[in-house]
Design a protein around this ligand. Structure first.
Ligand code: SF4
Length: 223
């Protein structure tokens, strides 16, 4: 990848879509719950599941909840049997720190990431989303929208999650933009762009990065 190009994509997406204001949640713990529930699930269904839990949502409630009761509440998010277990696993991880976000932030990022990846049901994307959006730690999040966008822009960030993540972080460092705010907005903007325009079959009209894109087969390009 090229650092200037990485920053140019960021700036253009930000100019086009504005401040994304992520993550939509009322607390650190709600971000963690949302990050688990959103696996293979539309956000609108995550909201329904969280709404079912309502004002009871807290680490203590999830840990103590009867599995059948928890499954019923998170049913809208799909894969509810597994996700009930994942929620308890990630909550047990948070329990190690006394459910204290400041205590989490005092630990080295690599240690936290390793611990989260050891929790049942927490993959790389979920772990990084929790670190970045729940705890405000600089861990770039990669997802399917990111991979698709990189391919279309002919930006070689390497292969696999870890290489792509590292490539973003290194290139943003080269432009002095490797900070939590940029990581937060960049991933959110890629998701917004993927949902609004850069679909599997893209709607390229008005795309702010059309002139940087290699997806020239699409007749909408430049429209
Ligand atoms: S021009 Fe089309 S394919 Fe390329 S980034 Fe924009 S929306 Fe995606």
């Amino acid at each position: 990848m090229n650092a200037a190009r990485v920053l140019e994509v960021y700036n253009r997406l930000l100019d086009c879509y504005g401040e994304p204001g992520w993550w939509p949640a009322r607390s650190t713990y709600e971000v963690m719950v949302g990050a688990v529930l959103t696996q293979n699930c539309a956000w609108s269904n995550v909201v329904k599941a969280i709404d079912n839990i309502g004002g009871r949502l807290s680490p203590g409630f999830i840990l103590d909840a009867d599995s059948a009761e928890l499954i019923a509440m998170i049913r809208p998010a799909g894969f509810f049997n597994q996700k009930a277990g994942y929620l308890k696993a990630v909550t047990r991880w948070y329990q190690r720190y006394g459910f204290d976000a400041e205590a989490v932030r005092r630990e080295p990022l690599s240690k936290l990431r390793g611990e989260l990846l050891g929790a049942k049901g927490v993959g790389r994307e979920t772990a990084d989303a929790i670190l970045l959006y729940a705890f405000g730690l600089p861990s770039f999040v990669v997802d399917a929208y990111t991979v698709r966008l990189l391919e279309r822009l002919n930006m070689d960030a390497g292969k696999g999650y870890e290489e792509i993540k590292r490539s973003f972080e290194l290139n943003l460092a080269l432009t002095d933009h490797n900070n939590v705010g940029v990581y937060n907005r960049y991933h959110a903007l890629i998701v917004v762009h993927g949902k609004e325009r850069c679909h599997k079959k893209p709607a390229c009209a008005g795309c702010p990065i059309a002139d940087m894109c290699g997806y020239k087969a699409d007749e909408n390009i430049g429209a």
